[in-house]
Design a protein around this ligand. Structure first.
Ligand code: ADP
Ligand code: TYD
Length: 208
C-alpha cells in the first residue's frame, strides 16, 4: 500500500491540552482546504469506542495489566483498520489524540515493567507509527488540576494521581528521545494560542 496522507498524533499527560490543540489544528488545516480526519484513542471507530467504555469506566481491577494491554491494542487495531488506514489511503490528514505511545507509557509503566509486552503486541498487531508526534509537555500538577476540572465518568487514569502524572511526564520525554525522528516537544505551559502557533508551525514544515 502506498500512503498518500499524513498521520499526526498528539501525546502528553492528562490535561496537557491535547484535545484542545488537536481540534484547533483540524480547524486550521480544514480552512486551508485539506481533508482532515480528527480522531482519538482509545476509540475512533464504533468498535473501538465500545472498548473505550470498557477500559475507562467501571472497576479497573476487573482486568489484569496484561488483559488491559490486549484491550487497548484491540481497540487500536479496529481504529487502524476502519478509520486511520482508509483515510490515509484517500490522502487525508489524520489527527489522532493519543496513539501507541500512550500504551507504551500508561500500560507499559503504570502497573509494572510491561513495555516489552506492549512493544511486542504493537509489532504483531499494529506495526505502524505516526509520521509526526506532537508531545505537549507540561507541569504535571497543572495538568492534573486541568484534567480534574473536567467533569465526567472517565477517570480511570487520572485517578492514579500526581505520582503517576510525574512519571508519565518523564516517560514521555524519554520516549521523545527514543523516537527522535518523529517527535516534536511543545511547551504546553502557555496560553492556548501560543501553543497552537507552535503546533501549526511544526505541522506546516512537515506538510511542505
Ligand atoms: P487533554 O486532552 O490533554 O487531556 P484538554 O485539551 O482536554 O487536555 O484540556 C484540559 C483542560 O484544560 C480543558 O478544560 C481545556 O479547556 C483546558 N486547557 C487546554 N489548554 C489550555 C491552556 N493552554 N491553558 C489553559 N487551559 C487549557
Ligand atoms: P484521553 O481521553 O485522551 O484522556 P485525557 O484527555 O485526560 O488525556 O484518554 C483517556 C485515558 O486513557 C487517559 O487517562 C490515558 C488512557 N490511555 C491509556 O492508558 N492507554 C492508551 O493506550 C490510551 C490511548 C489512553
Amino acid at each position: 500500500m502506498t500512503q498518500k496522507g499524513l498521520f499526526l498524533t498528539f501525546e502528553g499527560i492528562d490535561g496537557s491540552g491535547k484535545s484542545t490543540q488537536a481540534r484547533r489544528l483540524a480547524d486550521v488545516l480544514c480552512a486551508q482546504g485539506r481533508e482532515v480526519v480528527l480522531t482519538r484513542e482509545p476509540g475512533g471507530s464504533p468498535g473501538a469506542e465500545e472498548i473505550r467504555r470498557l477500559v475507562l469506566e467501571g472497576n479497573p481491577d476487573r482486568w489484569s495489566a496484561e488483559t488491559e494491554i490486549l484491550l487497548f491494542t484491540a481497540a487500536r487495531r479496529d481504529h487502524l483498520e476502519r478509520t486511520i488506514q482508509p483515510a490515509l489511503e484517500a490522502g487525508k490528514v489524520v489527527i489522532c489524540d493519543r496513539f501507541a505511545d500512550s500504551t507504551r507509557m500508561y500500560q507499559g509503566l503504570s502497573r509494572g515493567e510491561l513495555r516489552p509486552v506492549v512493544d511486542q503486541l504493537h509489532t504483531l498487531m499494529i506495526g505502524r507509527e505516526p509520521d509526526l508526534t506532537l508531545l505537549i509537555d507540561m507541569d504535571p500538577d497543572t495538568g492534573l488540576s486541568r484534567a480534574k476540572g473536567r467533569q465526567g465518568t472517565e477517570e480511570r487514569f487520572e485517578d492514579f494521581g500526581p505520582d503517576l502524572q510525574h512519571r508519565m511526564r518523564a516517560g514521555f520525554l524519554a520516549l521523545a528521545e527514543e523516537f527522535l525522528d518523529r517527535f516534536r516537544i511543545i511547551d504546553g505551559n502557555r496560553d492556548v494560542d501560543s501553543v497552537a502557533a507552535d503546533v501549526t508551525d511544526i505541522v506546516m514544515q512537515t506538510l511542505r
